[in-house]
Write a protein that binds this ligand. Structure first.
Ligand code: PMP
Length: 349
């Protein structure tokens, strides 16, 4: 969900944006007003994450899925291996794409044995010396599995698909070579993917890389090799400012942790709900849970919907339920869900 304040501001200025007598969707992306808003959004993001000067921030299209291709196209050297950690559905998709584009993909960890309910131990990664990069998914959105640590890669660039965790808490950007995140979770709306890339990794794209996914070309042109997703960029800027107003990412992290703990406590304390993920790597953002009797799933979802509790269906690939607790979800939303779950258990348990 988006913060209500952001939606209200969008509504407020939709037909007359900053005195332009038209909407942000109708101005030129190279005009002064949009360029100023675009820069301001980048500054706010840099402030939130304390992005070091040596990193470029790009506002691109093609989603995180586009970045599954862009990462190998830009960073995989012809003569070396790329390492991937497989912790679930989204890592798997990144791996499939890397395999299409590079010959040597090493799976440095695969949590299949636990049915992707764990992350590998920090010391158990089978990393390749001299690899082009190590790729991982800090938060698996479908499985609800989150790394409680940042992998050490002995100088090899670390690449992270942070689609469902970026801006949920502070992160030490300097540990990463490349971070990317689709905007539609914590950053704003679909249509935009944010890329944070160390400048040392620019200029290595293989011949044939589409210009729209060439990090150096995009960095040089201020993400405007082509027309950027202006509306999504504008909304992201509003979200970044809203986050700064909340007290920045330390405050946001405390809020997120409280929300998640409340829900996990309710699940663990019940006889009919369960969450399969190992406790030390449970996601703060996506909480999947199942009912002891899966035949009750649809009743649960229908009754929840009647209480105004929506979007609780588990991902279509695994079923069950999933509560996504992105930044804009208020504590009251989690309280309402927990109260409903308790009442449902009392009646059906
Ligand atoms: N990676 C992760 C971790 C995701 O959660 C998602 C979307 N849910 C994607 C990649 C794919 O993102 P997109 O649809 O923006 O390509």
């Amino acid at each position: 969900m988006l913060p209500a304040k952001v939606l209200e501001q969008v509504r407020e200025e939709l037909t007359d944006w900053q005195g332009s007598h038209c909407s942000v969707m109708e101005v030129s992306h190279r005009g002064k007003t949009f360029m100023a808003a675009a820069h301001e959004a980048e500054s706010a993001l840099r402030e939130l994450l304390a992005v070091p000067e040596s990193y470029r921030v790009l506002f691109l299209q093609g989603g995180a899925t586009g970045q599954f291709s862009a990462a190998p196209l830009n960073l995989a050297r012809a003569d070396s291996t790329v390492d991937y950690l497989n912790t679930g559905a989204w890592s798997k998709k990144a791996i499939d794409e890397a395999r299409r584009l590079t010959a040597r993909v090493n799976i440095a960890a695969d949590e299949g044995a636990s049915r992707y309910t764990t992350v590998p131990a920090a010391g158990a990664l089978r990393l390749t010396e001299g690899a082009s990069y190590v790729h991982y998914t800090p938060n698996e959105t479908i499985g609800g599995v989150e790394f409680p640590y940042v992998p050490h890669t002995a100088g090899v660039p670390l690449v992270a698909d942070m689609s469902s965790t970026l801006l949920s808490r502070p992160v030490d950007v300097s540990r990463f070579g490349l971070i990317y995140a689709g905007a539609q979770k914590n950053l704003g709306i679909a249509g935009l993917v944010v890329v944070i890339v160390h400048e040392a990794l620019l200029g290595m794209a293989r011949p044939g890389t589409p210009a729209v996914w060439d990090y150096q070309a995009m960095a040089k042109e201020g993400s405007m090799v082509n027309t950027p997703p202006t509306f999504a960029w504008y909304v992201a800027g509003l979200v970044f400012h809203w986050l700064l107003k909340q007290g920045g990412l330390t405050a946001v992290a405390a809020h997120n942790q409280t929300k998640a703990q409340l829900l996990y406590d309710a699940i663990d304390g019940s006889d009919i709900y369960s969450n399969p993920v190992a406790r030390q790597c449970r996601s703060w953002m996506n909480v999947p849970f199942i009912l002891a009797d899966p035949k009750l799933d649809s009743t649960f979802l229908t009754e929840a919907r009647a209480e105004g509790l929506i979007n609780l269906e588990g991902h279509r690939s695994i079923g069950g339920m999933r509560a996504s607790l992105y930044n804009a979800m208020p504590l009251a939303g989690v309280d309402a869900l927990v109260a409903f779950m308790k009442e449902f258990e009392r009646r059906r348990g």
